[in-house]
Write a protein that binds this ligand. Structure first.
Ligand code: FAD
Length: 509
């Protein structure tokens, strides 16, 4: 997997040991991204004993691979929430995300975190006349909700022909990897125990939560907080059916000319998002991205890397491209994350998922919400983010998504494999003795053959040529060409050719 500019420019390397024995936990958090680390921070401040397990390294998930905008402006979210729910809920979403933004600012100030945090304006813009009305509508709704904002006919200092934009002042941007790295260390100083390279591979939830980790160690936890970006435990809430994995592509390039500081995102599709920052040598850098698609649903991922490069080169004077990478997040069916108790029966299992590409402020909201449920048994945001809310099932997107999943599932079973093995640096479905496998041959001529039936719910995986991974078009799990889990909801790796058939997760429900 390609590494992000944030990961490449952060100094932190592996900091924490792996779990090598069975342990007990009062509060077990699964996931060392911004959601898990912020929740741990707030719980540790309340003198709770917290353990974090992380499959990879802290900050190597989506939290270290995003655009680093910390803002309560999330595209045209306020018209969406007002239409789907009410003005009160739309305003509450704003209050929640402003509180999330303030929490991040306070944590940075209180702990002197060097993560290049800057206060900047955020803009949602269009270059096309036909989208002006959508931005104007968002502006009117924001005014009605008393959200401070400004409508603009153009944006100064941006080399694009902007036709209309909505501006939220006093928003933020930072280096997200530096922030989560620092949060890890602060947590550790406050007594939070962090284990890296400790993936959860199985779970048994009853009165207590029995969590089995990769090397067969078991954690017996009184409370479990799933902060893994996706929902690998479902609690009968069908998260796999009501959130969609979406990948986007980003690059970092050195700019010849300065452009106005700010967070920018287009209304038109494919989405284009960009911002600037400076590196340690005071070079002006552009972070630009977009070109989202559902995971496992792109014919050639290499084209998306090329498209984002073309967008950056067409619009900005770039000296060089420093890094490019892709990353994924999980989009809820109504664009509001699922945060809170996993269901009404289990009082000791909490989740933060469906952060819908706006998880920096929203994960901080998640941490506040879960801390309040644990310490006060209530939160003012509980209802808005309720993972069991009815409307998350009763909407067109939910139906469309699941019809598509059913079609992909069936289609996948009928696609046969090639009788020819792949060439160097090529991956494809192959047929060996009448059985279908996935094969990838690396540049050194090593051949990797794995069973490509997803270990989550049994869909057939597709090869991602941009990242050399096997991706699930149904629920977004991703595996390396060797079979290791890169993104959930799958918990188990793919079996190699000589290891037999994959086992589909029997406990997903
Ligand atoms: C391209 C892109 C750009 C974005 N830009 C922005 C932005 O500018 N502003 C914004 O607000 N949001 C943005 N987002 C969204 C934001 O980055 C995410 O919503 C947020 O980082 C999610 O944080 P997290 O802690 O939930 O997930 P992660 O950072 O992914 O952390 C989850 C962790 O859980 C671990 N894990 C998973 N499964 C297991 C397991 N079984 N056992 C143990 N550990 C496990 C993973 O290894 C991972 O480290 C963007 C997203 C994308 C894809």
């Amino acid at each position: 997997m390609k590494n992000s500019y944030w990961i490449l420019s952060s100094e932190e390397k592996k900091n924490y040991e792996s779990l090598n024995r069975d342990i007990n936990a009062d509060y077990l958090i699964v996931g060392g991204g911004i959601a898990g680390l912020t929740t741990a921070y707030l719980l540790a401040k309340e003198n709770k004993k917290v353990i974090i397990v992380e499959a990879d390294e802290v900050g190597f998930g989506t939290s270290g691979r995003n655009t680093g905008k910390v803002t309560s402006q999330h595209g045209l979210i306020y018209s969406t929430i007002q239409k789907e729910y009410s003005s009160e809920k739309a305003r509450l979403y704003y209050d929640a995300n402003e509180e999330g933004l303030k929490l991040i600012e306070n944590i940075i100030k209180e702990n002197n975190i060097d993560c290049n945090f800057k206060t900047v304006p955020s803009f949602v813009y269009t270059e096309e006349d036909r989208y002006i009305k959508d931005i104007k509508k968002e502006y009117e709704i924001c005014k009605e909700l008393n959200i401070p904002c400004e409508y603009m006919n153009y944006i100064e200092g941006i080399p694009m022909s902007i036709k209309g934009a909505l501006c939220f002042k006093n928003q933020g941007q930072f280096n997200p990897k530096k922030y989560v790295d620092a949060l890890g260390k602060i947590n550790q100083k406050m007594g939070v125990k962090i284990y890296e390279n400790t993936p959860v591979v199985d779970v048994n939830i009853d009165e207590e939560c029995l969590i089995k980790c990769g090397n067969n160690n078991v954690i017996r936890a009184k409370n479990l907080i799933i902060a893994s970006c996706n929902a690998w435990y479902d609690g009968l809430r069908f998260f796999f059916a009501k959130e969609e994995a979406s990948r986007s592509y980003l690059l970092c390039g050195e700019l010849k000319d300065e452009i106005s500081e700010g967070n920018y995102i287009s209304v038109e599709m494919p989405t284009r998002t960009f911002r600037t920052c400076k590196d340690d040598k005071e070079r002006n850098l552009l972070i630009a991205g977009g070109y989202d698609h559902k995971t496992g649903k792109c014919d050639n991922e290499c084209d998306n890397f090329r498209a984002i490069e073309a967008f950056a080169k067409e619009n900005f004077h770039l000296k060089e491209i420093i890094a490019d990478w892709s990353s994924q997040d999980y989009i809820s069916s109504d664009n509001i994350p699922y945060i809170g108790r996993i269901n009404n029966e289990k009082n000791n299992v909490y989740i933060i998922t469906g952060t819908s590409k706006w998880g920096l402020s929203n994960s901080s909201v998640g941490a506040i919400l879960i801390k309040d449920l644990i310490t006060k048994n209530k939160s003012k945001y509980e209802d808005l983010y309720n993972p069991s809310r009815l409307k998350s099932y009763l909407n067109v997107k939910f139906l469309e998504n699941n019809v598509e999943v059913a079609i992909d599932y069936i289609k996948g079973k009928f696609i046969s494999g090639s009788s020819e093995l792949p060439n160097k640096d090529e991956g494809k479905r192959v047929s060996i003795n009448g059985k279908r496998y996935g094969a990838y041959r690396d540049k050194n001529n090593h051949l990797y053959i794995v069973d490509i039936t997803c270990t989550h719910l049994g869909c057939e995986l597709r090869f991602n040529s941009g990242e050399k991974t096997w991706d699930c078009p149904c629920h977004g799990s991703r595996f390396s060409y060797k079979g290791e889990v890169l993104n959930g909801p799958a918990l188990r790796p793919l079996k190699a050719y000589d290891e037999g058939k994959n086992k589909i997760d029997p406990k997903i429900l």
